[in-house]
Design a protein around this ligand. Structure first.
Ligand SMILES: Cc1cc2nc3c(=O)[nH]c(=O)nc-3n(C[C@H](O)[C@H](O)[C@H](O)COP(=O)(O)O)c2cc1C
Length: 181
């Protein structure tokens, strides 16, 4: 079975992006990296950071995932610093040939698009196979009382996960075939 990983890109313990990431993790039985709990330091490129448990956990989780879902809040028209910082610990060896889906959570209005574009650019720089479908959720898409997502958004998320699983299977199959050639 293909292993999916969702990353909560919000540093806020009570943020909606975390609610979304937890919903995806629970509904689709994925692994979860929660940047509001991981306590990653600011990346400084020093070897000593490689020995930190938070860094090891991040690297191992991404390495062993077959497909990755990146989520970010819209903070001042961009992705969160927490997510960009986490991605700076990684390189293309963690993402090459892996499909990646993108979701942003905004405060309302027409937010979310710039974080999606930024995540797409950064994930491409990491050699990820970023899929075309992407989603923005705002507060009206959350059923916060029930710690869930409203039905219309839940449907969009299920279509996104389906696309991610299909691409993950294709990638794995093609790579396995190539190894036999
Ligand atoms: C520092 C900061 C900056 C924000 N800037 C924007 C913004 O530019 N556009 C927007 O739609 N929402 C903005 N928001 C609202 C968040 O996108 C909103 O809280 C959303 O729920 C996602 O953040 P969260 O996961 O941390 O809750 C901002 C929130 C914070 C804390």
């Amino acid at each position: 079975m293909n292993k999916l990983l969702v990353i909560n890109g919000s540093p806020r313990k009570n943020g909606r992006t975390k609610e979304l990431a937890k919903y995806i993790s629970k509904t689709y039985d994925t692994d979860l990296i929660d940047l509001s709990e991981l306590n990653l330091p600011v990346f400084n490129g020093e070897d000593a950071q490689d020995d930190l448990q938070s860094v090891i956990t991040l690297k191992q989780s991404v390495l062993h995932a077959d497909a990755i879902i990146l989520t970010s809040p819209d903070y001042h028209g961009g992705m969160s610093g927490a997510l960009k910082n986490a991605l700076d610990f990684l390189d293309s060896s963690y993402f090459k040939n892996k499909p990646v889906s993108l979701l942003a959570v905004c405060g309302g209005g027409k937010g979310g698009v710039n974080p999606l574009n930024q995540m797409r650019i950064v994930a491409r720089a990491l050699y990820a196979n970023v899929l075309p479908k992407q989603l923005v959720l705002d507060p009206s898409n959350f059923d916060s009382k029930n710690k869930s997502i409203v039905d219309s958004s839940a449907l969009s998320i299920s279509e996104m996960i389906r696309e991610l699983k299909i691409h993950s299977k294709i990638s794995k199959q093609l790579l396995a075939e190539e190894a036999w050639e």
